[in-house]
Design a protein around this ligand. Sequence first.
Ligand SMILES: [Zn+2]
Length: 552
Amino acid sequence: MTEAADLLLTNGEIHSLTEPDTVTEAVAIRDGELVRLGDAYEIEFLEGVETTVIDCEGRTVLPGFIDAHTHLDHLGERLVHADLSAVESRAGALDALAAQADGPRTGGGAGSDGESGAEPDDWLLGFGYDESTWADATDYLTREDLDRVSETRPVAAFRVDVHTASLNSVALDRLRDDLPEGNVRFADGEPTGVVVEDAVGVLRDAVAAGPAAMREVIAAAAEYAVSRGVTGVHDMVQRSTAARAYRDLAAAGELPLRVRINYWSDYLDDLAAVGLPTNAGDEFVRVGAIKSFSDGSFGGETAKVFEPYVSVDEDAAAVDTDESEDGTSDNANRGQWVVDLDDLAAIVDRADAADRQLSIHAIGDEAIEETLSLLETTADPAGARHRIEHAELATDDQLARMADAGIVASMQPNFHRWADEGGLYEQRLGEERRTRTNRFRRVLEADVPLAFGSDCMPLDPLLGIHHAVTAPTESQRLSVTEAIRAYTHGGADAGFDEDRLGTVAVGKRADLVVLEDSPWEHPGRIDEIDVAMTIVDGELVFDGREEATGLQ
Ligand SMILES: [Zn+2]
């Protein structure tokens, strides 16, 4: 007698996303594994008394999305603290911060965390403000502004560029001895409350979540991710508290998705010391790549490009011109190395000697060139599945070399929102280079493994797929199937998970997303499609059927 299934999905339009894509009506799941696919009559014999049956009512079922580039700690901070990214005025930002003061204190606080009674839980924090989008004012938030939020608790608001932050008087007092003087802005002999660069780093350390608070931050982000249909992430982890939070949540059975941790290169020795090689781990948490950087970003005019930027942006100039090595005039700015090339070469060498996968941020064409040259020197680039993060301005020649070396292009289709005519990329790079950013069609033609991710800007695979399918340069658009593959199989492959994740096939883990509408039927409106359900390892981790609405 055949053992009954734990879960049956029936009456669905289930896309395998294998090559070729096949469509079936029903799927049976047992012990977190897909055990049978077919028409309803072919699997109904697997229904036992304990089996849960979900009628999909004709909805579209896909392999769960794998977001190959996330920062869940940053996303979680915005969810747990004040999210200032969408406020429309200075008053709105102050209101959002003040609302935090009324709410329950986050962060666990003294007593709730065995290790530390000193979690910085009295801070009022806001993230992602951008005064340039406000109707009523264009100056940074000031000490005076934030003193109106609280005169007794420290208040800090981080600007969207993360190079700038604003503090109230209590916060300035508390950090006075630690803030590097040159990075604290003054007017008439008094600090304005605005701090920049290294002082922002000091502030970040001061407010960094302790273990209990970080667990709350990560849990909030993971919950959000599954609500967007994400069943696995490759998370770029800079803080050890985040890595620990994943393991703690998984051990408690409270991690709703799979996490591949790409560790900041600072942890190379620690990983070796505790004996954790690439891919070590269990079903839910695994060791991924070593993450490092070459250049910055187009927005900050810090991505390293062969030809100079065409515009001088005030924000960008404030951030980076003093460190630019390329010339004395702004017009000659070609970006900057965030990690010195010699240092990056040393990181690549050490990681390679330890048989580690590498994941290196490179956006501009010159940064891609140098990063590629380093990765090509490793022992087995294809076997290690090294990745270039973003690879936005990759040339034809570079793509051919990436294909030859088997290096993964880890790209973010949502970045196309800056590539419209007249948009940010055109202002920075000019018209010709704008159309050469994020050429997904070209990447696939060159046979470069393509993994999609969001960089949490925002975390939303359907939005990314929408941008890939409707890309500003028509010749670079992907088909719906190709775009979904990059957000499913592409991530699985980049994470050594192609045998267990990334397609709907018998023997794979049961990670699925159920959509309210079919992307193939609404290729121009994929960003408007609601997620109805998310299933991870055979468990229903998100059920949005009540709130979901179909496209009209
Ligand atoms: Zn990132």
